[in-house]
Design a protein around this ligand. Structure first.
Ligand SMILES: Cc1ncc(COP(=O)(O)O)c(C=O)c1O
Ligand SMILES: C[C@@H](O)[C@H](N)C(=O)O
Length: 352
């Protein structure tokens, strides 16, 4: 059984069918194909406004190109110190921005609070030629610890950066899971809350390799066509990504997939809490469950061949610090996770 990552699932059947259907005949290249054009319209409908859409194949590309379009080489990107852009993209944001500084901030569950952001900004002197200039705040939705920002929390972060004119980026690798968890509209947790640019994740949701940079103000999108091309993400057969998103977005399929993943995670979290043997490191709010695993639990899982990632504990609150030998286990559910797998995992953890 595999709870390592939603990246490890394949693509959903409707996405595969959409890709197969897009294979027929000839099509314009480099994003000028019919599938990509239709998807641009679908995103405008989804976000209830005109949007600029740039399809790429990885989340790292989506994040790095979004940042590069809005941050100067002498700029600074504020984010959580355990954010994917800070900890898991091998310096791609720094590379594509031409050297902008990633400034990591603390926060329980990888969530940023407005006062922490404001305090950091107060320490960065505007216009000081000896200092990098803060130009963008990046938040991850759902966070790297599986928590979800509510619309009002996003708006409060926007309010904290507004006096210094920072842009607000959302790493939405698990955006679908957050929307499904909140039951809100995509607009409510993006542009209506102050988000300027979104990395809309399709890959973890149920596509094979489909990510979209969604820019809510066309004035912020001017550099993207060239930056995407230089990054090697303007596909000659752009229908490859367009068809995936068409399959994903059709009839709300993307949200159905996310709801299932979230339901599987909730099933696991409830079973663990009912058994009373283990504690959650953070609340289960989307499609991930983070458990504090003593050595006995680690051994039992290994014996059963149940795979997960031992996750960083750096975002744990002081009172939740690990004891000797404990690790935080990250268990990720996807659209492909079956209830029987969850129940078997829960049974192993209940017999500790
Ligand atoms: C929160 C988050 N953002 C961005 C990414 C980057 O995606 P990719 O691995 O496709 O570059 C990931 C990982 O898959 C992620 O977990
Ligand atoms: C790199 C690893 O963290 C990946 N983004 C995942 O969430 O599984």
């Amino acid at each position: 059984m595999n709870f390592v990552s939603d990246n490890l699932a394949g693509a959903s059947a409707p996405v595969m069918q959409a890709m197969a259907a897009a294979n027929d005949g000839f099509a314009a290249g480099y994003g000028n194909d019919a599938w990509t054009k239709r998807v641009e319209g679908l995103f405008a409908e989804l976000f209830e406004r005109e949007v600029a859409v740039f399809l790429v194949t990885t989340g790292t590309a989506a994040n790095s190109l979004a940042l590069a379009s809005l941050v100067h080489p002498w700029g600074a990107v504020l984010c959580h110190h355990e954010a994917h852009i800070a900890a898991d993209e091998c310096g791609a944001p720094e590379f594509f921005t031409g050297g902008a500084k990633i400034v990591g901030l603390p926060g329980d569950g990888c969530k940023l609070a407005p006062d922490v952001v404001a305090d950091q900004l107060a320490r960065m002197r505007a216009g000081a030629v000896h200092q990098v200039q803060p130009q963008l705040l990046s938040i991850t939705q759902a966070t790297e610890c599986g928590l979800v920002y509510r619309p009002e929390e996003i708006a409060a972060l926007k309010q904290a950066i507004a006096p210094r004119g920072l842009k607000l980026h959302m790493d939405g690798a698990r955006f679908a899971n957050a929307v499904a968890a909140l039951g809100c509209s995509p607009a409510e947790i993006t542009w209506k809350a102050g988000v300027d640019v979104l990395s809309f994740g399709g890959t973890k949701n149920g596509a094979f390799a489909a990510e979209a940079v969604i820019v809510f103000d066309s004035a912020d999108a001017g550099q993207m066509p060239w930056r995407r091309k230089r990054a090697g993400h303007t596909l000659s057969k752009g229908r490859l990504i367009g068809a995936q998103f068409e399959g994903l977005l059709a009839d709300g399929h993307w949200l159905d997939l996310a709801r299932h993943a979230n339901a599987m995670a909730a099933r696991l979290a409830s079973a663990v809490e009912a058994a009373g043997k283990l504690r959650l490191a953070w609340a289960c709010e989307a499609n991930e469950v983070f458990l504090v695993l003593p050595q006995q639990a680690q051994a039992a899982l290994a014996a059963q061949g149940i795979q997960y990632i031992a996750w960083s504990d750096a975002a744990l609150p002081e009172h939740g610090r690990l004891q000797q030998g404990e690790v935080v286990g990250r268990f990720v559910c996807s659209f492909a996770t079956q209830a029987e797998e969850v129940d078997r995992l829960a049974a192993v953890l209940a017999t500790l």
